[in-house]
Write a protein that binds this ligand. Structure first.
Ligand code: CMX
Length: 142
């Protein structure tokens, strides 16, 4: 059910500084930026220049609050890779299939992710130490 590697997420303390770093050293461009209050993040999706928009993105995640997932990750592990996100066509079906295989999903119901996508997560302890996000893009292709 995985159709692509959607993005790799990096926890950062300062979003603007991280955007500038990735532009200066790697030439990555900001394709999208938003605040997700429920997830407690300010985030940006970065892409290589000239790519159409469906290639794997780098997601920079900065905490809005210390008690958010990213705030806690930074306090415990410091800045760095926080998640790997697979694109799926149906997040509910993907979550159900993984649950049936005995993996723990973080949410009973999918939540809102970047650009009105629907997301769920596999617990990192059930996925080889990697927080795996499942992303079903919004139907209107946001
Ligand atoms: N990657 C790998 N391991 C991780 C991890 C991560 N991102 N986050 C936590 N862990 C590990 C911890 O180190 C801990 O390991 P030990 O028990 O060996 O010390 C274990 O998982 C459990 O951690 P915890 O402290 O009990 O749980 P947390 O309160 O840190 O929560 C998690 C962990 C995954 C449940 C939480 O980060 C979460 O709900 N994540 C999903 C939401 C999210 O990441 N939102 C931000 C991004 C939003 C977006 O992508 O749009």
């Amino acid at each position: 059910f995985v159709t692509a590697i959607d993005h790799v997420g990096i926890a950062v303390p300062d979003l603007d500084a991280a955007i500038a770093f990735h532009a200066e050293h790697f030439g990555l461009e900001v394709a999208h930026e938003e605040v997700n209050e429920e997830q407690g993040v300010r985030e940006a999706m970065l892409r290589a220049p000239g790519t159409a928009g469906t290639e794997t993105a780098i997601q920079l995640l900065a905490p809005l609050r210390d008690d958010s997932a990213i705030g806690k990750f930074l306090a415990k592990s410091g800045p760095g890779l926080q998640q790997l996100a697979y694109r799926v066509s149906d997040v509910d079906a993907a979550a159900a299939a993984l649950r049936a295989q005995g993996l723990r999903l973080l949410y009973d119901e999918a939540k809102r992710g970047t650009s009105d996508s629907r997301v769920n997560f596999v617990h990192p302890k059930d996925a080889g130490g990697v927080l795996v996000e499942l992303v079903e893009p919004a139907k209107d292709g946001h």
